[in-house]
Design a protein around this ligand. Structure first.
Ligand code: GLY
Length: 385
């Protein structure tokens, strides 16, 4: 990771920036992280794709906050652009919106050498990345993530998709961006709840294999919420961790599954509330799921109760939900949650796979986890909750 002033063709950067390289051979790319980066995104895109036209994919909410600055940066370097707006929310990750976007890009005569810019959160990144991957058999695309969750997770690693009635993210492709521009200042426009939800994914990187980072987060989390150097450091460190994993296992044949710590329980809970973001957003599901994964590991004698307690205390301190009973409304019963868990993407030939842990920063992939043990644990967790 390089730090400080970066000079690239046409880019004069006076900010403190960090650059993380995702090392994937000819598909390698940079993630640039820094306060105020959106103002120089045009120059950075022009440095990679001089003279291209830029198709900006964005939702109505992000457009209100950040579109003028992004457009101004493109105009400053003479890049033509056109904006394609969709409605905010998971509903836009659908076949009809995907089809409509492809059609609109073609109608606007975007060519193979032009660029798709995904300006928004995970929904926009997933949708625009998929569109870019198939229009004219593939156009380059740039991720400009505007949520914390997208900056530390979904904009990095090339997973792109839409949802179907059978479940989330079931239709899509691996399609790496050509560049990721993470402006940490734009995160100031997030609601505290959405910021906290993204923080759950940052904590995950400490819990995976980096106990020193988790300890640093315990000391410095409030600085990340305030903004400035601690936020830049946390985003960069998270991207570096993700880049390392993606470089080892781009298509999730092995170690990349570790990034699903807390997600097996979390996804089941999200589905349990019918993906109603008013009740539970993804990062909140991950927070509860991460605590459950540690509690389950402790119950299995894999890690200490003290470590599970420490994880729960930290996530609770930043204001994240940590118990199933923190979710408003009625969850389905445990047998139904078990049915959702049995449909997890990591299930292999019917066997349940979970990311479990031997302690803080000592997570591992456990294949063939005993269903009855999980069901009994969830029953007891429900009682305790
Ligand atoms: N969000 C998990 C992954 O990108 O693999």
């Amino acid at each position: 990771m390089s730090e400080g002033s970066i000079a690239a063709d046409g880019v004069i950067d006076t900010q403190t920036c960090r650059t993380v390289r995702v090392d994937l051979g000819e598909r390698s790319y940079d993630i640039v992280i820094g306060d105020g980066l959106i103002a120089e995104s045009g120059a950075r895109i022009a440095a990679l794709f001089p003279g291209s036209r830029v198709a900006i994919v964005i939702d109505e909410t992000v457009a209100k906050h950040h579109l003028p600055a992004f457009e101004a940066s493109l105009e400053a370097v003479g890049l033509e652009h056109e904006t394609f707006t969709v409605k905010p929310g998971e509903g836009s990750k659908s076949f009809p919106v995907f089809q409509d976007l492809c059609d609109r890009l073609l109608a606007a005569r975007f060519e193979r050498g032009d660029v798709v810019a995904a300006l928004g959160g995970g929904v926009i990144g997933d949708l625009a990345g998929f569109v870019a991957g198939v229009v004219r058999r593939g156009m380059p695309f740039v991720q400009v993530p505007t949520t914390l969750l997208a900056q530390v997770d979904s904009s990095v690693g090339g997973k792109t998709s839409i949802n179907t009635r059978h479940g989330k993210n079931l239709i899509g492709i691996f399609n790496q961006p050509a560049l990721v521009l993470a402006d940490t200042k734009v995160l100031d426009t997030l609601t505290p709840r959405d910021f906290r939800a993204g923080y759950a994914e940052i904590a995950k990187y400490g819990l995976l294999d980096d106990p020193d980072f988790f300890a640093w987060l315990e000391e410095n989390w409030s600085g990340i919420f305030e903004g400035g150097p601690a936020r830049i450091k946390a985003v960069a460190h998270s991207c570096e961790a993700k880049a390392r994993v993606v470089a080892m296992d781009e298509r999730e044949d092995g170690v990349r599954a570790l990034l699903n710590l807390g997600h097996t329980f979390g996804h089941a809970l999200e589905r349990g509330v019918g993906y109603d973001g008013a009740l539970l957003v993804h990062g909140e599901g991950v927070a509860i799921g991460t605590v459950l994964a540690h509690r389950f590991s402790a119950e299995q004698g894999l890690c200490s109760e003290a470590d599970a307690e420490r994880v729960e205390q930290h996530l609770a301190k930043v204001g994240l939900p940590t118990h199933m009973s923190d979710i408003p409304g009625q969850l389905p019963g445990i047998p139904e949650l078990m049915r959702y868990i049995a449909q997890d993407k990591k299930v292999s030939r019917g066997a349940l796979t979970f990311i479990l842990t031997r302690g803080i920063g000592r997570s591992f992939i456990e294949k063939d986890v005993d269903r009855d043990a999980v069901e009994g644990f969830l029953e007891r967790s429900g009682d305790k909750a």
